[in-house]
Design a protein around this ligand. Sequence first.
Ligand code: GYE
Length: 325
Amino acid sequence: MRGYFTHLASMTLAVMVATPSAMASDLPPLEKKDRYRVGFSQMESNNPWRIAETKSFQDTAEGCNWDLISTDAAGSAAKQVADVDSMIAQGIDVLFLPPREEKPLIPAVMKAKAAGIPTFLVDRSVDPNVAQAGRDYVAFLGSDFVDQGRRVAEWTLENFDGEKGIIVELEGTTGSSPANDRKKGFDDVMAEHDHMEIVASQSGDFARDLGRQVMETLLQAHPDVNIVYAHNDEMAIGAIQALELAGRKPGEDVLVVSIDGTRDALQAIIDGKMGVTVESSPFFGPLACDVMNRYANGEEIETWVKVEDRIFTAENAADHIDEAY
Ligand code: GYE
């Protein structure tokens, strides 16, 4: 077990046992081969997280005997479905899919299943009421986003020293699993605290520029904001730019909190402009290799291969910036 964990570099795992295990008979099997034709359908490449994830798959390919076909849907769920279609036509043996949104990517999952291609969802999931791990796809490899939101909220409660928290929330891509779950985790905790109020919550599509624009607009309506919760670091950095442009002092008169652990976010923490980022690792390549090989060996795969996330604050950001992306 130890050796298995150690080569998974910067990702730690918890094995989930509570969920029902995969019914091998329902799922397309994966034949053992010397080389696999592997599809990786990236959703967009407009932020460092996405670029690091794609690179992690590329870096894993040779050592895992993959002939990797990767595509980039450039932010369009419709294109991502078409990309998967084209990879199915190219005869992939296995599919790794980060679904941009929870519902629009379900047809891609179902088509891969119908074509006999085992699919692993990585980093994001689909609507569990429609498509299920262990039945329609093998497993979801990724973080607990509700818990990430909850941990940001708890850190904020411990570290905010004002009397009343006026919170602006910058949501991720509408209809994506991390946006839905990071909102739920954070909002549920804050709802239990009367001195905390979320005055606005709007999507910045997980993008830096949009995060900045949305923050600029929301600042007009809520000049008294003193906490910004962004669903990812790129939007947090955009929000910091908007705040500074408006003459505010992030880290002094506004507490900015977020999720991911990018290099820019760790630098913002070191510079005192950001309070916390809860980790959400993009380095899925080695884990994907490992889980795929276990599946090809006929092992039962847990329906959620859960990634454990660290937390970065002023106490440890400098220790981790060199390994950040
Ligand atoms: O937080 C964000 C990215 O799906 C976990 O998507 C991922 C999120 C990540 O665009 O930066």
